[in-house]
Design a protein around this ligand. Structure first.
Ligand SMILES: CC(C)(COP(=O)(O)OP(=O)(O)OC[C@H]1O[C@@H](n2cnc3c(N)ncnc32)[C@H](O)[C@@H]1OP(=O)(O)O)[C@@H](O)C(=O)NCCC(=O)NCCS
Length: 151
C-alpha cells in the first residue's frame, strides 16, 4: 500500500536518509536539496514522503506554477533499495490524485522534466499518459499531460 505523507518535523530526517543509486544524482536532486528549494517556494509547493505502509521509501515534491498555471512534479525518487518494485508507478498515481484536488489553484496541466538517458523514468511517465512537449533544457525533455483529457 503506497501513500504520500507531508514532510514535517517528524519525518524530514527520513527524507534526508533516502539514497539514490550511483549515477542517479544527475537525474534528480536529492531531498536535502529539494527541501531547501521547498523553503524558497513554500507558498506554492508541497513535498511528500512516499510510504509503503509505515516505511518511507521515496520522496516527491509538487509545485504550482502560478504564471502558466500548471502543476509540476519535481525530484521524484525511490530509495535505491526499493526501486523496480512498482512503488514509483503507484506513487505517481497518488501524486496525480493529489493534483486532481487542485490544492494550490486551478489547472489540469501537469508537467515535469526528465533526463533523456533516464529510460526507466521516461517509460513510467509515458505509460501514465505524459507526452513530450518538444521543449528541452540541456539533457532534459519536458513532458506534460492533462488530467481532464487523460483521466
Ligand atoms: C524513476 C523511479 C522514480 C521509478 O520508480 P520505481 O519504483 O523504481 O519504478 P517502478 O518499479 O514503479 O517501475 C516504473 C516503470 O518503469 C519500468 N521499469 C522498472 N525497472 C526498469 C528498468 N530497470 N529499466 C527500464 N524500465 C524499468 C517498469 O516497467 C515500470 O513500468 P510499468 O509500471 O508500466 O510496469 C526510480 O527508479 C528512481 O527513483 N530513480 C532515480 C531517481 C529518478 O530518476 N527520478 C526521476 C526523475 S525525472
Amino acid at each position: 500500500m503506497i501513500s504520500l505523507r507531508i514532510i514535517t518535523e517528524d519525518n524530514f530526517i527520513g527524507a534526508f536518509n533516502l539514497k539514490l543509486a550511483p549515477g542517479q544524482e544527475r537525474f534528480v536532486s536529492h531531498p536535502v536539496r529539494s527541501l531547501a528549494q521547498a523553503y524558497v517556494y513554500r507558498n506554492q509547493c508541497q513535498p511528500f514522503g512516499i510510504y509503503e505502509d509505515e516505511t518511507m521509501v521515496g520522496y516527491v515534491m509538487v509545485i504550482y506554477d502560478y504564471d502558466i498555471p500548471e502543476y509540476d512534479i519535481w525530484h521524484m525518487m525511490i530509495d535505491e533499495s526499493k526501486q523496480g518494485r512498482g512503488y514509483g508507478s503507484a506513487a505517481l498515481d497518488r501524486v496525480l490524485e493529489y493534483i486532481g484536488e487542485k490544492p494550490f489553484g486551478p489547472s489540469d496541466r501537469v508537467t515535469l522534466t526528465c533526463n533523456t538517458d533516464n529510460q526507466q523514468a521516461l517509460n513510467m511517465y509515458k505509460r501514465k499518459g505524459f507526452k513530450e512537449t518538444g521543449e528541452t533544457d540541456g539533457d532534459e525533455v519536458e513532458l506534460s499531460m492533462s488530467l481532464r483529457l487523460e483521466r
